[in-house]
Design a protein. Sequence first.
Lengths: 328, 506
Amino acid sequence: MESSVKVEKPNTQLKVDRLGTLDLIQKYGMVMILLLITIVFSILSPNFLTYSNIVSILRQVSIIGIIAAGQTLVIITAGIDLSVGSIVALAGIVSAMVALGTESALLGITAGLLTGTLIGLFNGILISKLKLTPFIVTLASMTLFAGFALVVSGGNPIIVSEPLFKFIGQGYIGPIPFPVIVLMFIYLFFFFLLKKTVHGQYIYSIGGNEKATILAGVKVDIHKMIVYATSGFLAALASIILTSRLSSASPVAGAGYELDAIAAVILGGTSLFGGRGNVLGTLIGVLILGVLTSGMNLINVSPFYQNIAKGIIVLVAVIIDRLINRDK
Amino acid sequence: MNKSEELLLLKGINKKFGPVQILYDVDLSIYKGKVHALMGSNGAGKSTLMKIIAGDYTLDSGTIHLDNQLININSPGEAKSHGISVIHQELNLVKELTVSENIYLGKELTIGFGNFINSKKKALSKTKEIINKYNIQLDPLKKVKDLSIGEQQLVEILKAVSEESKVLIMDEPTAALSAEETKQLFKVITSLKSKGIGIIYISHRLDEIQEICDYVYILRDGRNVSEGLINHFSNERIIEEMVGSQIDNIFPSSDRKKGDELLRVEKIQNNILRSISFSLYEGEIIGIFGLIGAGQSEILNVLFGTKKKADGNIYVKNKLAKISSPIDAKKLGLAYVTENRKEEGLLLELGSEENMVLPSMGKFSSLGIKKQSLIKKVANDYKETLKIKLASISQPVKNLSGGNQQKVILGKWLLTGPEIILLSEPTRGIDVGARVEIYKLLDQLANESRKGIIMASSDADEVIGVSDRIFVVFEGEIIAEIDKSEATRERLMEFASGAKYLKEGV
């Protein structure tokens, strides 16, 4: 009997190891919940499981999905980014204004992405260099940059109708909407980043034990800055898709997106304490929220009740997940 | 011992986890007013047995009697209601509350209409009563965060005795205590004994077992192997029974030869340290001994760049070194095995492979992409060489025993290819078997791989057994340098406590 006493349940332990990670079981729990609600809605509405509806769900979730990918990285480092909603607002306004002013969609897009990245970097510098709490820093910049968006735009939406700009949110490649392709690309990329790269390894390490990671001689500050900058960049990318889809940028767009993104990350099994989680889980979380919204629209649930139902289902999902994983 | 003084009696305890049996028909008798050492290597079943008594696990078969009454313990709450309390290694106190608020946390003393008002005054006077009863020096109005670790532990003990505990389980109570605090704790234990409390004492420190315990139980592979009055058990016998075979020598006795100078420290100062100067040579192990807080770990912290020095110079291989962060230190070939494995050493949720490659990711990646198969191979190699016992290299390290966790940390730093290895309390809370292996490894590293090693420790036997030269630190200053051949426990203690220093004005 060589195995340590602390291995509380050797049999489950073995099973878990064979599958690779603990997260996998957690993810399967959420996949089952996703399947369950999909089945329920397909029974309740014949239009639910049609090609066009599935594509429309994917297009709808692409915006929150892209933001949530960045949020996942931040939360794995045991941080949080509340500023993403405001970045959506400001980056949209900036890119629309620059696109209009220069008559170049490309410049507009670049300016928008740069705005988001710089705001993220700003958050990251305050958090890592001044050792401020992520919650407080990003709460402040959420308010700050929401204000900027209103000031810069004068409070009015800005209409953009550049063809290239339009393509990003409204175009198709083959039968698939362009935003869905971006979404898939982002998730593949960050899945790879977390699993296979050194930066990904450090993201888990920082969240798992920041002190130990610093003592291992890792440039923790730089990796944290990159993570927040990434989150800002992705929020800006989501903003450009949103602006393009609506053909206009609104200074109040994106309000509350941070909460949807965080909800998706948590549904996806990423620990708020850091060190654990992955983007595939988040994608499932995003899809659960998307399927719920779409399904409830199809069966004509009033928007008032939709929020109640969503809140309950998020709670139920998390409780089920807790029960599945209680023994750990 | 007299049957009538029997307090807690466990008979034929069996416990399985899945297919793995951890305990086989284990018996244990706890007597009133006695201290019982429970000894065994990691994996022997000590902690499972304790968790059964504390209600964290339920037993598969067997009986528990308390005061000759058959009892069932199905939850920690039930254990508590039977008067069984555990003082855990990790203390469970609310730092922002005072001593007496902590003691009465969850069982606040109330007064007034409907018992609505929490009477802190009542709690305070009760606390004072208990403090006096057990002869403890403690200010009940101090916030816990302002107390030393030793004092915090006393608060835990007070919490337990305030609930009329009959049986007290102490899990490595001295692991984080200074020698002075340990003395204080032993006084309190003596006074607990005199009030008829039965104590189960778990520790890896044999000298303490000899000093404070009356009775010893030894478990091996989940079975009782030996028990009896402590005076029938020498340290050697305890170790032999625990390990199941004879260990010739805890400390390896190789004849190490000093090589060239690796590190020179000249007059390092900061708010804790006073003019520290010394040299470290290839193939040498320096032991730094001092009471907790004397500054021995501060020296290592400054060398590794986690603490700043105000003055003085560090030379690595005769070159002035600028070390302002662990990044610099690592580049210069230093490695640091820190004192707190869980807080500073390990990524608990991750596997040992990820832990081991963390500081040397550069070697294990190209263009920022990890070389997965190389990482797996190297981690498995190190698992073999360091004899780390684990189910798989991706199993989270939080599930490993202390000894295996420490080996993972050693592996992690060996992978960086260091020339100078710093260690702080390298065997704290680690069982004898793993300890012997770590000592052997340190010897090999110095003797065969020609590394220079500095080990800070508050365990005098360990310092004497492992080191070539010993520095004794007192109030931030190296006040004595003693050669291995002249070192004794008493000499080290005399210097470390400041007695010698003050007497002779060295």
